[in-house]
Design a protein around this ligand. Sequence first.
Ligand SMILES: *[C@@H]1O[C@H](CO)[C@@H](O)[C@H](O)[C@H]1NC(C)=O
Ligand SMILES: *[C@@H]1O[C@H](CO)[C@@H](O)[C@H](O)[C@H]1NC(C)=O
Ligand SMILES: *[C@@H]1O[C@H](CO)[C@@H](O)[C@H](O)[C@H]1NC(C)=O
Ligand SMILES: *[C@@H]1O[C@H](CO)[C@@H](O)[C@H](O)[C@H]1NC(C)=O
Ligand SMILES: *[C@@H]1O[C@H](CO)[C@@H](O)[C@H](O)[C@H]1NC(C)=O
Ligand SMILES: *[C@@H]1O[C@H](CO)[C@@H](O)[C@H](O)[C@H]1NC(C)=O
Length: 368
Amino acid sequence: MASKSYFQFILFLLSLSNFSLKCCSLRNVDKETDFNKWVSWNIQNHQKKALWQAESVSQQVPGAGGRVLDGKLWKAETNKVRITVCQNGTGDFKTIREAIKSIPPYNTRRVILEIKPGVYREKVSIPKTLPFVTFLGNSSDPPTITGNDTASVPGSDGKPLKTFQSATVAVDADYFVAINMKFQNTAPHVVGSMGEQAVALRISGTKAAFYNCSFYGAQDTLYDHKGLHYFNNCFIQGSVDFIFGYGRSLYENCYLNSTAKKKASLTAQKRSSSSIDSGFSFKNNVVTGSGLVYLGRAWGDYSRVVFSFTFMDKIVLPQGWSDWGDQKRDTRVFYGEYKCSGPGANLTGRVPWARILTDEEAKPFIGT
Ligand SMILES: *[C@@H]1O[C@H](CO)[C@@H](O)[C@H](O)[C@H]1NC(C)=O
Ligand SMILES: *[C@@H]1O[C@H](CO)[C@@H](O)[C@H](O)[C@H]1NC(C)=O
Ligand SMILES: *[C@@H]1O[C@H](CO)[C@@H](O)[C@H](O)[C@H]1NC(C)=O
Ligand SMILES: *[C@@H]1O[C@H](CO)[C@@H](O)[C@H](O)[C@H]1NC(C)=O
Ligand SMILES: *[C@@H]1O[C@H](CO)[C@@H](O)[C@H](O)[C@H]1NC(C)=O
Ligand SMILES: *[C@@H]1O[C@H](CO)[C@@H](O)[C@H](O)[C@H]1NC(C)=O
């Protein structure tokens, strides 16, 4: 996603110019000078950043035979450990929790937990002190980690868990990877009831990646809490706000399946200030399922979500986006769409503050 300054620049432009709400719809752009300036600035910034990244972010690591982007990660990957988890006792551990407990704190090596097929009824937590953990399942029979805690269920102290602690799997560590895994929270959501947020997975560590994973829940399935995250070829299902948080994430080739019975929102991105580098970008996704859904509703004042090259089924509400009843957010959020298809991508009824991105505007959102 784009840099912080990039968005501060947009906000700067919006506040400087005489943009009215109507004028902020870039679909109606009359090639304003500000807009043109912004576009050329955007291209330059993007190119500059690419150069900068190649030259100064990379590190010289002994043994790497050149510069690498992340020395710590490079070292961890060259020194992997593999342990197996199997419920029938033929692996190193029978439960995922035991396997995690066996990893020394402040681990510097990639630890691959090869998790054999099965349903693991466990509440799993990977603390901050255990980076470089990989959950590796079998693609022909992905293991399931399941639970049913909700925000209102009492914890060990007798107080409600709250959304944050309802997660079946909670990852506070950096450099987490999951491949061919199924994460589940089976607690149902009843329309209109309270405290039924039930997270399947919460990811709070940075530099995490998920390949071929599925996330099943109802309300608040995937807590994309914070950090830099990448999702590829994943299936994500839920009813209300089922992808939410402050994360700075790219979702590529994913399938977003709504199980909403009424009006709901797919995402609730919580960027709460213009200086936070966060946002969700969905590229080459499919949006389908049931209900009537907004692509996003603004949990934070500066919520930022972009959909590109995505097929949208008829379940997407014509308005597309919701400010969650707070109109000041209309000028602050960044909700963009680029080259989407399908009946839900019809732009006729979109809120005027939705942005239909040009090639240049889209570029910062569609690469890693
Ligand atoms: C235990 O589970 C593994 C992986 O699913 C399987 O390959 C193996 O045959 C099983 N062994 C026994 C004794 O059940
Ligand atoms: C995955 O599971 C299938 C079927 O149970 C088995 O044939 C295959 O060897 C497994 N693959 C790995 C990498 O364990
Ligand atoms: C949650 O699952 C447990 C079994 O793991 C079950 O005893 C309990 O009734 C379930 N709670 C709800 C609300 O479904
Ligand atoms: C992802 O799943 C596909 C099958 O759907 C499989 O071919 C591929 O190897 C899997 N990727 C990884 C990283 O295991
Ligand atoms: C998607 O959700 C709908 C319910 O909204 C369900 O009927 C359907 O089976 C789900 N699709 C997949 C691929 O699981
Ligand atoms: C988009 O929606 C409008 C209003 O419902 C309709 O008139 C128009 O034909 C639709 N466009 C496409 C390409 O389906």
